[in-house]
Structure formats: C-alpha cells, structure tokens
Design a protein around this ligand. Structure first.
Ligand SMILES: NC(=O)c1ccc[n+]([C@@H]2O[C@H](COP(=O)([O-])OP(=O)(O)OC[C@H]3O[C@@H](n4cnc5c(N)ncnc54)[C@H](O)[C@@H]3O)[C@@H](O)[C@H]2O)c1
Length: 450
C-alpha cells in the first residue's frame, strides 16, 4: 500500500495518541514484543543478536519476536533475514522503506541502527507510530534534531534508549563509584581521547563507482546531500563524511564525553572551543569522479564547566603507546592521582603517592566486538515493562551528543561558542546559531515536535 508521507504521519500521530492510553506490551498470545530492525548493517546485527536472546529472569521465554527488517541495501537485508531464519526458524518480513514498515507492521519495539543522518527522522516517526525505540549514538546529526527526538519521546509517551552501552559496563560503573567516593581526590581536569593509527598518510582520492545493484542510494542519502556513491561511504565509512556524520568526535567522542557528564552529573558546558584539520590526510575532495573523506584527522575541543575543564583530543595517526600505553578513554586528573577509564583495558588508578601501587579493574565485555549491549537491551525492556526511564534515556543521549556537535560547530565556525544549556541556544552569534540545524533535501521535513 502506498501512503504519502503526510497521510502516514497524520494517521500515525492519531494512532500513537490512542496507544498512549494502552501500554503496548505482550501484544501476541505468547507475550512477545513485535520487534523490527531498521538498518541491517554491522551494529544493527549486534543489537539484533541481543534482542533475539533476551529472556528476562527467571529464565523463561525469549521476549522479542523479530517481525520485520528494513534496509535500503538488499544485500544487507537478505543476509540479515537469513541469519534470523537460521536462529529462529521464522522469516521476518522485508522492507526497503521504514515508513512502510511502521505503517504495515505497527511494531512495539524498533531498533534504529542506520547512519547518523537518519537517526532523528526515523526515531521521531517510530515513536509517533507508537513504538519504543533503541537508537544508536550519536542521537542526531545536528542539535535541533536531538531536541525533536526528546520532545517526541515525551509527547508520545514512548521509551527511547540510546546505544551508550558504556553506562552499563561493569568496569565503568565501578569507575564512577571510585571517582565519586573521592578516591582520586578532587578532579579539576579531564582528557577524553581516541588515538588510533588509522591514517598515516595523505589520502589519495578514490574513484566513485556505479551504485551497487540492490542499493537505493537516493534513499540511503535521504535528508542529507546526495553525494556520488563511493565504497568509502557505505557500508560503515559514512563516519568520516560530514554530510552524514560528524567524524571521530561525533562517533567515538560521544561515548567518552558521555562518561564525563555521567560522572559529573553536569548537563552542559558554558563554553566550547574546538579546532582541527587534516594535516596528514590532506585537503578533502568531492568531484563527480573522485572523492575523499572530509572529516578532520585530528581535532581538539575544550569544554568549560563550572568546576572542571574537559578536553577532547583525537588523532588518526600516531596511535598512542607512549602515554601509559592507553590510546582510548578518559584520564581524570585528581589531587590524589590520575585515573584512566578505558575500554578493553578496564580502568587503572595511578596514585600520586609513589609508595602505593596502581590499582585497577578489568573490563567485562561481550563478543562480538567487545560491548555491553546485552545489559543495555535488558534495561530497555525493563524500562518499557516498568514504565520508567531507561538508563540511557534519549535526553541523556541528546546532552552527550550535544557535546560532540558543539565541538564540531565551534570548529566549523572558527571560534569559541557560549552555550545556554537551558534554552539550548548559542549566545550572541547568529552564524554559529545557524549551524544548530541544517537544510534537508527537498521531500524530507526536518523533524520539529511542538
Ligand atoms: N554503540 C556503539 O558502540 C556503536 C558501534 C558501532 C556503530 N554504532 C552506530 O550504529 C550506526 C550504524 O553503524 P554501522 O557501523 O552499523 O553502519 P553500517 O553501514 O554497517 O550499517 C548501516 C545500515 O543502515 C542502512 N541504511 C541506510 N539508510 C537507511 C534507511 N533509510 N533505511 C533503512 N536502512 C538504511 C545501510 O544500508 C546499512 O546497511 C551508526 O550510527 C553508528 O554510530 C554504534
């Protein structure tokens, strides 16, 4: 059935208002949640695996039934259908359009693991259609989109969990306890960083290609600019293209900046200043025949909070083995010592008192890809069933994403910005303020929720 976008949104809004009165749980005779995945790539499949396995205590029935999958790339759709078929013996229905999926399936739970430029539009449409949503980080590409996502979750009374799984990782939880108990002393400065050897030389332009068979490239680009297709962008490579994402600060940065908001219980900085560039990769290129990535290969951002300063730093070259061997995470610098909160290495505290040995805790991560999605999915489902906010509620995800996006905005504006976190506005700078949102391509409405 074909329904135009406006009709769909009108009917889905009315439906969601009606759903608001009746909790959407256990809709089928066996108490399963009708679950759909939008974006069947790398990470979508990782989340799907946990959704399929989820069986709340006491161990009983698996609770999520995968009824539908959506991807604009047929090959991803087919391989994911095959996987679900093998694991469950049942084949979900396939969709190339997420709007059609929402309209025809009326899923109770939707996973959104598309590239960043799609997250906001799809989340708002999914909650309007009555679904609870697990959306990947960063929540949005621009700050105003994130605002609309928070408003939509509240207006339509739906649970929206953001994939910031480090908030449920055992070693991150014990790190917060250690720091909050003052064991590192008073913390005055934090350095969050990612330094991997990804790009050690000038980036030669890559020839654009014909769009692969089965990929709807126009729909992949969606509200964002339509660049020529390149395998550099899809799959997975969109992170380093500013039309679709926000570089390493928008990708990795959200995870680590979020840890600082979690520890400090602050919601926003007063001022942000960032600079960065492509000294190793070289100038970006976007020609009809060739292109390169265009995100900075190195960037610093400084965030001024009332009681501490936070510095972000990433480099895509000179992977760091010199500074205590850590190339990812946060260093919290306290009056009693230096605390490193990391990923695979867990955490380590280096006391200033040299007579005391460093102490630490290892990480407890799941395969594939060393994450804690299982715990985050369990929290998401518990939040739905108990009508409470999830641990990485959309508002938390929005505030953490804002740190990355304000850093990118300051770098693009070429100056520091003063942030009014209460009104979510930039003070006295019309040009920088204009970067809080962007023009969508014709045919796509920028999400605004009143
Ligand atoms: N929380 C984490 O630790 C973590 C880790 C990895 C990725 N992620 C996030 O997950 C998201 C996806 O990343 P990925 O690495 O899996 O990318 P990917 O390219 O492997 O997968 C994205 C999929 O979305 C599909 N897609 C694009 N537009 C679509 C649309 N309109 N409708 C349906 N499908 C569409 C693509 O065809 C692709 O198959 C990103 O936002 C990324 O930041 C989070």
């Amino acid at each position: 059935m074909n329904m135009n976008r406006r009709q769909f949104l009108r009917t889905s809004t009315a439906a969601a208002a009606a759903f608001g009165a009746v909790p959407l749980i256990g809709q089928d005779a066996f108490g399963h949640y009708k679950t759909a995945l939008i974006g069947c790539g790398w990470w979508g499949n990782n989340i799907l695996g946990e959704a399929l396995q989820y069986a709340p205590p006491p161990p009983g029935d698996k609770k999520c039934k995968i009824v539908a999958l959506c991807d604009v790339d047929q090959s991803k759709l087919d391989s994911t259908i095959e996987r679900v078929g093998k694991l469950t013996g049942e084949l979900p229905r396939k969709y190339r359009s997420y709007l059609e999926l929402l309209e025809q399936e009326r899923p109770e739970v939707v996973i959104i693991a598309t590239p960043d430029h799609w997250h906001a539009r799809q989340t708002v449409d999914a909650v309007k259609a009555g679904a609870h949503v697990y959306v990947e980080k960063p929540v949005s590409h621009t700050i105003r989109e994130g605002q609309a996502m928070v408003k939509a979750a509240r207006k339509y009374g739906r649970t929206v969990q953001v994939g910031l799984h480090r908030r449920v990782s055992p070693h991150n939880i014990s790190a917060m306890k250690f720091l909050r108990e003052g064991k590192a002393g008073k913390i005055g400065f934090i350095r969050a960083f990612v330094e991997y050897d990804w790009a050690r030389q000038h980036e030669a332009p890559t020839r654009n290609e014909d769009v692969p068979k089965g990929l709807d490239w126009d729909a992949w680009c969606g509200p964002a600019p339509l660049r020529p297709y390149s395998k550099l962008i899809h799959p997975k490579g969109f992170r380093q293209f500013l039309d679709y994402a926000n570089g390493t600060l928008g990708d990795w940065g959200v995870h680590w900046l979020d840890q600082v908001l979690w520890w400090s219980e602050e919601k926003w900085p007063k001022r942000v200043c960032s600079t960065g560039g492509r000294p190793i990769l070289g100038p970006s290129v976007n020609l009809p025949d060739y292109q390169t990535t265009d995100a900075p290969d190195s960037q610093s951002a400084v965030y001024e909070f009332d009681s501490f300063t936070l510095a972000w730093e990433h480099r895509m070259f000179a992977g760091n083995t010199a500074e205590k061997g850590e190339n990812v995470g946060c260093f919290f610098y306290g009056t009693e010592g230096t605390f490193h909160l990391g990923w695979q290495n867990g955490w380590t505290f280096y006391p200033h008192d040299k007579s005391k040995a460093p102490i630490g805790e290892p990480a407890q991560l799941h395969e594939p890809d060393q994450q804690n999605i299982k715990e985050l999915w369990a929290d998401f489902m518990a939040a739905i069933m108990n009508h409470r906010l999830p641990v990485c509620d959309i508002e938390i995800g929005h505030l953490s994403t804002n740190l990355s996006l304000l850093g990118m905005l300051s770098m693009k504006a070429g100056r520091s910005v003063q942030w009014n976190g209460v009104t979510e506005t930039i003070v006295g700078d019309p040009y920088a303020s204009s970067l809080l949102q962007r023009q969508y391509r014709p045919g796509y409405d920028y999400p605004v929720v009143l």
